[in-house]
Design a protein around this ligand. Structure first.
Ligand SMILES: Nc1nc2c(ncn2[C@@H]2O[C@H](COP(=O)(O)OP(=O)(O)OP(=O)(O)O)[C@@H](O)[C@H]2O)c(=O)[nH]1
Length: 399
């Protein structure tokens, strides 16, 4: 299928789709639409009242309030986020956390121009607990990997540039990885680097960002919600992200996270998707396909894992915590986390609350937000989402 882009599920012609009427996943569209937020608030409120999963995600009983046009604001409002303070939830069971975080190192990073016109920085990590290539997909120039920027013994400037440890942009003939060094070599007088050119590792973390520096009197100004870096911990899903499966909304979630993070107004401090190689909630692709067959035999996604003698969810998030720390996203300043999964919120903070989740941003299925006009529509995805709410306690019905 050479005409299909490899990065995202396109709108598929009937030949490829088990549900020919479905508009399919909404591509990799970073252009923000304003209408979703309104619909989301309305729909979520309705669901909150009933406490039931929606009867149908295919035909929600509301009409999108606006189509893009005259009544559409020129720029979207920020995604709705809910303040979080996990330190207040000491009574609720915490997910089991490794006492020691894994060691991680960013091996290489490269600039990836995308089909939407936005760019991102793809980071490949290695770690002390498995041999998989876990990824960080970083939007914006503010977030940098400490282990990537660190000097490695005996390396040349070409080595540094080849593994992505450079500041600014590469171009033919560039000989230095660092901007200041480069300017000196070219005889350009050096001045103070703008904040965005400083690797995060050279900045103080914690509360001392430009927007929240301590004043002379020692007062600490608060950081507004949108200034918190946006983070998504995303688990690999080959079926949903690559081969257009309408059994789950994983591909759509990945696209939505990228869309929000690529928008400099919605994410002025940049964002990072930690892409963990935890296919099938940690059981692997082969086992997930067995689970699909058990689902077709009448079991839900939770039961199918149990029948295969796997935990319902076999994932852990220590790697994500360690990668976020390497990206300078630890400390009191905190992050906004895009998720509906309550376990993820607590687990990603780490055993010593190394990372602080200040806000949770809900991931509402596109079909819910648009009244079925966009997004994934299938009997299977409806069951999948209902099971997430009923059995995995996902917070999809909260404001
Ligand atoms: N075992 C199993 N895994 C699945 C199935 N459908 C999707 N997955 C995997 O589930 C993972 C995604 O998890 P989700 O439950 O969608 O989301 P989450 O990460 O728990 O929570 P959110 O942050 O709210 O998206 C990916 O690793 C998918 O491969 C399924 O039917 N069975």
């Amino acid at each position: 299928m050479p005409e299909l882009p490899a990065h995202a599920s396109p709108d598929l012609p009937p030949l490829y789709s088990p549900h020919p009427t479905s508009p399919g996943r909404d591509g990799f569209d970073f252009q923000t639409s304003a209408q979703g937020v309104e619909v989301e608030a309305h729909d979520t409120l309705a669901r909150t009242k009933s406490h039931d999963p929606p009867a149908s995600m295919v035909s929600p009983a509301f009409t999108p309030p606006a189509t893009p046009g005259v009544s559409t604001p020129s720029h979207p409002r920020p995604p709705r986020s809910v303040p979080v303070d996990t330190s207040l939830h000491s009574d609720s069971p915490r997910p089991e956390l490794l006492q020691k975080l894994p060691e991680v190192e960013c091996e290489v990073r490269a600039r990836i121009p995308t089909t939407t016109g936005h760019e991102m920085w793809l980071h490949v990590y290695r770690n002390s607990v498995d041999t998989k290539e876990h990824l960080a997909i970083v939007f914006g120039n503010q977030i940098r990997s400490r282990s990537l920027d660190a000097e490695r013994p005996g390396e040349t400037e070409l080595d540094r540039m080849t593994r992505g440890a450079y500041v600014g942009r590469l171009y033919p003939g560039r000989t230095n990885s660092r901007v200041e060094q480069l300017k000196r070599a070219e005889g350009v007088p050096t001045k103070r680097r703008p904040e965005s050119e400083f690797p995060q590792s050279e900045k103080s973390n914690g509360l001392l960002s430009p927007s929240s520096a301590s004043s002379e009197s020692g007062d600490v100004q608060t950081i507004s919600s949108s200034e918190l870096p946006l983070v998504r911990i995303h688990s690999e899903c080959y079926t949903g992200e690559t081969v257009w499966s309408a059994r789950c909304d994983c591909g759509e979630q990945l696209d939505e996270a990228a869309r929000l993070m690529a928008d400099p107004i919605l994410s002025p401090s940049g964002g990072a998707i930690i892409y963990l190689r935890q296919e099938g909630r940690g059981i692997g692709l082969g086992e997930k396909l067995k689970a699909y067959n058990l689902q077709d035999l009448g079991n839900d996604t939770y039961e199918a894992n149990i029948l295969l003698r796997h935990p319902a969810d076999a994932r852990s998030y220590g790697l994500a915590t360690a990668m976020l720390m390497d990206l300078g996203l630890e400390g009191e300043r905190g992050i906004r986390l895009l998720t509906n999964n309550p376990d993820k919120v607590r687990a990603v903070e780490g055993p010593g609350r190394e990372v602080v989740v200040r806000e949770r941003v809900a991931m509402v299925p596109l079909a819910w937000k648009t009244g079925g006009a966009q997004g994934i529509q299938s009997e299977e995805v409806e069951k999948y989402l209902s099971t997430k709410i009923e059995k995995f306690k996902h917070m999809l019905d909260q404001k």
